[in-house]
Ligand binder design. Sequence first.
Ligand code: PLP
Length: 393
Amino acid sequence: MCDFLMASYKQLPVAFESGAGAWLTDQGGARYLDAVSGIAVCGLGHAHPALKQAISSQAGQLLHTSNLYRIPLQEQLAARLVALAGMDRAFFCNSGAEANEAAIKIARLHARNKNVREPVIIVAEGSFHGRTLATLSATGNAKIQAGFEPLVPGFLQVPYNNTAAIGEALVNSRDVVAVMLEPIQGEGGIIIPDEGYLGGVRQLCTAHGALLILDEIQTGLCRTGRWFACQHEGVSPDVMTLAKALGNGVPIGACLARGEAAGLIQPGSHGSTFGGNPLASRAALAVLEVMEAQHLDKRAEQLGRSMLEGFQAGLGDVAGVVSVRGRGLMLGIQLDRDCGDLVNMALAERVLINVTADRVVRLLPPLIISDDEAGQIVATVCRIVRKFLQGDS
Ligand code: PLP
């Protein structure tokens, strides 16, 4: 514990000094296999040569100018991203919460256009959208909201994976101007909705003139085996938010929009000092280039499938394992009890894992891991989960 830091985080007793690929090295020289990627950030792993080259050359050229001036790298990044996502325009910021703030502001501007004075955005129980006041108000988790009341008004929570609940809310109130969802809930415990859910919500939004906002901050950028998780269902949102993997560790977020939603932000209505600065834009362009060149969407799909099969074979019928699930390299193993201790057990075996929603082991390895490294993660996690359940039951 450091006395000079606010106590925001419960941290593990380890500090890393360097990284390479899927491996991190601590201050004592011990190496750890990373199955967390800085919470879905380092898709290209650590110290990727293309990113190192891009960032260092940009640092020697120009870091920041502000959005008072045109930023050609930001313009290139916007063009690339909207093409990949099937959107029209981008706004850049510095984090996921900020990307969602932009999306929420777009929904409020959409409400103005519709003459709705007290707009409502439908959100899902179990969701996570960030820690700013508006995004924690949008988050479907009372623990995240506790202590920060009064919350920002205008969010209505409905059960996730339930199209009828959204349909009902849209029919009952003409104040609903948007629906905001994660295509797969990440912090909520790798909750994958049924096939047809996102498509059903898309149809409802279109029929009622509500914007569909998809938070792809954790699921986006090849993580689930597609560039964006909504592409598994061929669903196109009106607004999509990104952050995390976009800069592979260089902070950058993006709010993409299409159609009417893409034209709502006008000069003076939103902004960011750092958003999309030359350094962050150059880093993100390098990330996208590597993802495209190495077809990391396909790689995540293939590797994710084999890891899932490995977990199903190793844990599928172990008592205490409720479910093994995942899409691409976003994998979850749900136990029947709280299992935060597994993180320390894995650390002792020099593997980094995460536990979310108390009972779900969450694995988000770098997209560039080898078959062998993926196999090591599966073997270690299966072993420690079995040991944990035996010791604990
Ligand atoms: N939305 C989702 C789905 C997330 O998983 C996260 C972070 O975990 C956020 C938003 C918030 O992103 P940030 O921590 O960059 O503000």
